[in-house]
Design a protein around this ligand. Sequence first.
Ligand code: GTP
Length: 596
Amino acid sequence: MKNIRNFCIIAHIDHGKSTLADRLLQETETVGERQRQAQVLDDMDLERERGITIKSHAIQMDYTGKDGEKYVLNLIDTPGHVDFSYEVSRSIAACEGALLIVDSTQGIQAQTISNLYLAIENDLEIIPVLNKIDLPNSNPEEVKDQIVDLIGCDRDEILAASGKTGEGVPDILEAIVDRVPCPVGDPKAPLQALVFDSEFNSFRGIITYIRIMNGEIKKGDLVKFLNTEKDYYADEIGVLRLEREPRKVLKTGDVGYIISGIKTSTEVKVGDTITHKENPCIEGIDGFEEVKPMVFAGVYPIDSEDYEDLRASMEKLKLNDASLTFEPESSLALGFGFRCGFLGLLHMEIIQERLDREFGMNVITTVPNVSYIAHTKKGDVFEMHNPSDMPDPNSLDFIEEPYIKAQIITKSEFVGSLMTLCLSKRGMMTNQQYLTSDRVELTYEMPLGEIVFDFYDKLKSISKGYASFDYFQIGFKAAKLVKLDILLNGEGVDALSTLIHFDNAQSFGRRMCEKLKELIPRQQFDIAIQGAIGAKIISRETVKAVRKDVTAKCYGGDITRKRKLLEKQKKGKKKMKQVGNVEVPQKAFLAVLKLD
Ligand code: GTP
């Protein structure tokens, strides 16, 4: 136990965690030359393509220190985007130390701070590392000042490295061994293992990732999951090298996996404690946050016959991503589907793409919204995850919406335009602080509903990428919200309804209709697009009819070309949904995100 070090890497997005993690694997010869492939840990296709980490991963390395001792290092890689902070908090709970990576060209950013706080709350030893020092525009001295200010360490405790060239990487390994405490825990106590992740594997069933806090587990043991109160045999246990490596026993302080023949995802809860059936531990490991979805949207199969398949796919996905929540719902326009809860918009996009790639599910996602609290005149109070849950305005007393505290760190030249943006999103500034002469931290209170749409993109474009943003929820406040409905040829499309602040409803309705006009293709008849609040129509656009024979262009008889065109048209249709007599493309359901 004294030679084990469990640590994670935390950083703002793109500050170079994955690159550095790869370097550590290389330096410790965990990855052979042949297996070398950039970003070994980002093994999901989607992660490689987007160059971001979505899931946390764990991997074990062997390292011989300068003191000649052999150490086992367990690295848990964590994602940096604000939407995935839940993954970060789970990983952190399984570690004793954290490398805090700061890009020396960018300095401290919003998620550097929020992830750091998470690590400090969990009493992790922090090792600050200045990264990307190979870059000519790197600014090590100034960024060191920022780090000293932030965590109150000595300047010489800050390491400098480059994930690209490998410079400074050996020092990081030494620092991990020297500074990160070894795990504590009682090897003789009853087994207590923390479930920090799980994954569905089509051959093996569910693989549960664990960190042993106390006691030990042997292959074949009968174990109990405290939270679900179910028993299983530990058919296989082992450690996580590049592949899973079976072992006979896992001891206090170890990080590894257990395969126990669990087939259904609902039986494993991340954050749960595993113990022995006989001689169990008295209580579970606490300090684990329940996931709070922030954004809700309907997810519907394009083909309604796929509903059951979609349910099965979502159950599997949930196992791998505990932050996803879903419950059945039905829509007049879209049929049967699910109302899903996401951590944010990027999370929603990722889930949609994973459904498509990993499960071949073609889905339509509806306009995202946050959860509201409705108070009726009779005194009933209930939560709404869907605009269609909105009670009749006559019986409604008032609505409350969730508020967040937002922290924005930016260069001072962008402060003015960022303030204008926040104001347009109903933000109230509560603090403005200069971190250095040209870096400012702005603190705002804002409705969460305003930032789920396009706030992040706008923030980035206004600041040319030089603003970072983080937020946490601070409770609910009453607001004057109305439900805006969209009608297509006089028929309400529930999946397009949104709750919107009264003052913005007019312009929002108008822009929504304009956008839909762009997105809904012309069909054989006129399509009237109307925005309405209650019975009152507030905006209208028309998509003119067209009578176009797609094959008309191919005068003459090239039949293969004709067939190709028809195929192409058929494919295009797949992402369409029939609403009444109108065909509506998927894009249109998300029109609200693209409003100017
Ligand atoms: P997420 O996984 O999305 O949170 O990002 P990350 O922090 O893991 O960053 P990643 O390792 O993917 O690196 C982001 C970008 O910076 C990539 O284009 C890397 O090639 C580049 N990069 C990382 N480390 C260095 C470095 O030390 N020097 C230079 N020049 N570039 C680096």
